[in-house]
Design a protein around this ligand. Structure first.
Ligand SMILES: Cc1ncc(COP(=O)(O)O)c(C=O)c1O
Length: 338
């Protein structure tokens, strides 16, 4: 077992022992390869460098209560990478290859999987890049699929403590407009300035609004937004929101708890009617929101007033974590163990 200060680990990159790679060449995928070198060598004319022909995924592995290593829903990440790849005309690895590579990368780096009870996890980053040389704006005919892992702690310093969020009316998380439903690098580059400005003002993250009207809630940083009103779990739907696997899973848990699901357009003007708000994602897990500040309209929306997450957010968080950590039965078959 690697000797990290697991309980105080932040969300950052650490070198591990191995990464796993597979090349697509001459119309087919090759064998899975194991590498120790974290560097990638490619042509300076590779399409990923010029045209952003790149997609990435993010998922986690955990040490369960009984000591097993548990990967959360890798098949869903495989499917999302396939959708992203289609959007930018890349060849994506089939689901079996994707899951096999993820399992292998985790297995080879077992000593970096944080122990049970530390709150840390092994973040898994599958990456697909166009490596073929082009100078015309054309798709590559060669691709590299790579999986690396890194141990991480909480994404927000607050852990499960409520965060403050600022409404951004000047930037979109995804650029160009309307491509937020795919997980491609350019969408994230477009969000860097917005996050930088939010952090400078002391906020944990940003609430992005729809690009056309700045009227509807889009996403909350690199995570989906959700709210609780009475017996309903409410979450925005639009073409510019990345379909979050965490959100999908939480909606199932909400249904199991007897909540109604409202997946629909959500107006910013609805905020005062919500009992609880939060964001959710692989990195963010479920993070309650304390305050949403809309500077343009001089408005502050407050939730979690006593500094604690609301009752339903807490219940959803606990159920979700219990399945990931093997403290509750995996009734929906979300876990792949190695
Ligand atoms: C923009 C964005 N939205 C939402 C999410 C949450 O998605 P998931 O729950 O699949 O991690 C992510 C996570 O990567 C993200 O980057």
């Amino acid at each position: 077992m690697e000797n990290f200060d697991w309980k105080n680990l932040g969300f950052g990159y650490h070198d591990t022992d191995y990464n796993v790679r597979c090349c697509y060449r001459d119309g087919k995928w090759g064998e899975l390869e194991t590498h120790t070198d974290p560097n990638v060598t490619m042509s300076m004319a590779a399409t990923c460098l010029h045209y952003g022909q790149e997609s990435f995924e993010g998922l986690k592995a955990f040490t369960g209560k009984s000591g097993d290593i548990r990967i959360f829903r890798p098949d869903e990440n495989a499917k999302r990478m396939q959708r992203s790849a289609e959007y930018i005309r890349m060849v994506a690895p089939p689901t079996d290859l994707f899951v096999e590579a993820v399992k292998k990368a985790v297995d080879l780096n077992r000593r970096f999987v944080p122990p049970y009870g530390t709150g840390a996890s092994l973040y898994i980053r599958p990456l697909l890049i166009g490596t073929g040389a082009q100078v015309g704006v054309n798709p590559s005919n060669e691709y590299l699929f790579l999986v690396f892992v890194t141990p991480v702690g909480p994404y927000f310093k607050s852990g499960f403590g409520p965060i403050d969020v600022i409404v951004d009316r000047d930037h979109d998380r995804a650029a160009p407009l309307g491509t937020g439903h795919v997980k491609v690098g350019g969408n994230y580059a477009a969000s860097l300035e917005s996050n930088h400005l939010a952090h400078k003002k002391g906020f944990s993250t940003v609430l992005f609004l729809d690009a056309a009207e700045r009227k509807y809630i889009d996403e909350c940083g690199a995570a989906n937004f959700f709210a609780i009103r009475g017996n309903s779990y409410i979450t925005p739907v639009s073409h510019s929101i990345l379909p979050s696997i965490t959100n999908l899973s939480i909606q199932q848990l909400a249904l199991d708890m007897g909540l109604a699901i409202e997946a629909r357009r959500v107006e910013l003007a609805e905020l005062p009617s919500f009992d609880e708000c939060g964001n959710c994602g692989t990195a963010a897990v479920l993070t309650p929101i304390a305050r949403i500040v809309d500077e343009t309209n001089n408005k502050v929306y407050e939730f979690a007033k006593d500094g604690k997450a609301g009752k339903i957010t807490t219940q959803l968080y606990e159920k979700y974590r219990a399945i990931q950590l093997g403290e509750a039965p995996d009734i929906h078959h979300w876990i792949v163990t190695i």
